[in-house]
Write a protein that binds this ligand. Structure first.
Ligand code: SAH
Length: 421
């Protein structure tokens, strides 16, 4: 954070929107449509909705938004490099943004998770961005390690205060900072932060171990995908465990073998990890080893296939599994990729169904925000209809309670369970 006493940033941080008049606050006036969007509680103000701005503004500065009658409407983090120009922190009455403010915001997120997890689950999400009032910021826990991931460099200006609040309240062994690609240049050049930096507490080499429903997993917190593990699929993994007894299971797009371990503990005869990445398959193997002391897991035969799942599934079409799990990476990173993604989901579901023996179960997942729940479910059903087998829908799931999605833009995860005769 810039040190100069009267810099807009430091004054905003200490005086807040309501208080200090020693600096010219960054003031915005916005379109009528944006005004009603913010009033309804949406946390994004887009650049093209700004009608008037008193000065250019710095990254991370607090922007104060006034309504048409010049009354305080909301305030948030200013990001001049993003079309989402302000991420709203607070609306209603003016107030200071200080340690007490962050403390309250954290408490609200913690309360939402109260009672969700016992001591057998030490990996979960404490803060889920927009849906927890922390727009563009995620906080995951892996045992004693907290991983703070930011999706806008605006948060960097507030990092010292936020780290203090997190350390005091959650007493972690360490906090790791992860940066979205767009945050990296500003992080390095202006704030001396970097991706994978241990910003508080003891250093680590690469991975940390944690518990999920009593299973041991490693998370690659410094450089892995997301914050090091796919915590968002925990509830689907739990469900798979309850359906796995005596089955032979294909876990396509297996990553570090999360679904496979649950299936193994659920009594699966065999699990086959299928992933294009040798790195992911090696992590899956280590996770299996971590749980070998569990007799049921130890009894399950583990196989691995390193291949492109689309190609492998196309080349192996005979019924040879009792359960097929399809959890590909996001197939539509932008709206223009939506149609291709939908046809890829259809193809995957169809190929997955072809591999199922009688009474087999298919789990088809999508984490593409650009493909809606309705569209995805309809796509899977349409694929199932094209097979001669009359399928039964067993369940549909969406976001887990520690990954709430309170605005449409935050919704990405959906899954459908089908069985065939
Ligand atoms: N199901 C996992 C998460 C899957 S992440 C879990 O519960 O943890 C997506 C995985 O798909 C990654 O491991 C990535 O390496 C793999 N992947 C990406 N493209 C692939 C492809 N074409 N074929 C096979 N695997 C692929």
């Amino acid at each position: 954070m810039p040190k100069s006493k009267d810099s807009p940033l430091s004054a905003a941080a200490s005086g807040g929107a309501a208080g200090s008049n020693t600096v010219r606050r960054l003031r915005l006036r916005i379109s009528a449509a944006a005004e009603s969007t913010l009033r309804s509680g949406h946390p994004w103000l887009f650049a093209d909705s700004i009608r008037d701005q008193n000065r250019p503004g710095e990254v991370g500065e607090l922007a104060v938004i006034y309504d048409r009658k010049d009354r305080f409407l909301a305030m948030g983090l200013f990001d001049p490099g993003s079309p989402i120009r302000v991420r709203i922190l607070h609306a209603g009455k003016p107030r200071n943004v200080d340690r007490a403010f962050w403390g309250e915001l954290l408490e609200q997120a913690l309360i939402k998770r109260d009672g969700l997890f016992d001591s057998q689950t030490t990996g979960f999400r404490w803060i889920n961005g927009e849906s927890d009032g922390w727009p563009g910021l995620v906080l995951d826990r892996y045992g004693g390690t907290l991983v703070l991931k930011i999706y806008t460099p605006a948060w960097l200006a507030w990092l010292p205060q936020i780290l203090e609040v997190l350390s005091e309240r959650l007493q972690p062994d360490r906090i790791v900072l992860r940066l979205s690609r767009n945050s990296i240049p500003i992080a390095i050049n202006r704030f001396a932060n970097s991706d994978g930096q241990v910003v508080s507490g003891k250093p680590i080499v690469e991975t940390v171990t944690f518990l999920e429903t009593g299973l041991f997993f490693e998370a690659e917190v410094l450089h892995g995908q997301k914050t090091g593990f796919f915590l968002d699929q925990r509830e689907n993994r739990r469900k798979i465990e309850t359906m796995s007894a005596s089955r032979s299971v294909l876990n396509a797009f297996s990553f570090s073998g999360g679904f496979s371990l649950y299936a193994a503990r659920g009594g699966a005869r065999s699990v086959t990890d299928l992933d294009i990445s040798a790195h992911a398959l090696a992590a899956a193997e280590r996770n299996f080893t971590l749980n070998k002391t569990n007799r049921i897991i130890n009894a399950c035969m583990r196989k691995k296939v390193q291949a492109d799942a689309f190609e492998w599934l196309a080349a192996n079409r005979s019924p040879m599994f009792d359960m097929v799990i399809l959890d590909p990476p996001s197939l539509a990173k932008r709206e223009t990729e939506r149609e291709r993604a939908v046809s890829a989901y259809r193809r995957l579901a169809l190929l997955g169904l072809k591999l199922l023996r009688p009474q087999g179960v298919l789990l088809a997942c999508s984490c593409s925000a650009h493909v809606s729940e309705q569209e995805f479910f309809e796509t899977v059903r349409a694929a199932a209809r094209t097979t001669a087998r009359r399928y039964t829908e067993l369940a549909r799931t969406t976001h887990a309670p520690d990954h709430p999605a309170t605005i449409p833009e935050a919704k990405y995860l959906k899954a459908m369970y089908l069985t065939v005769p």
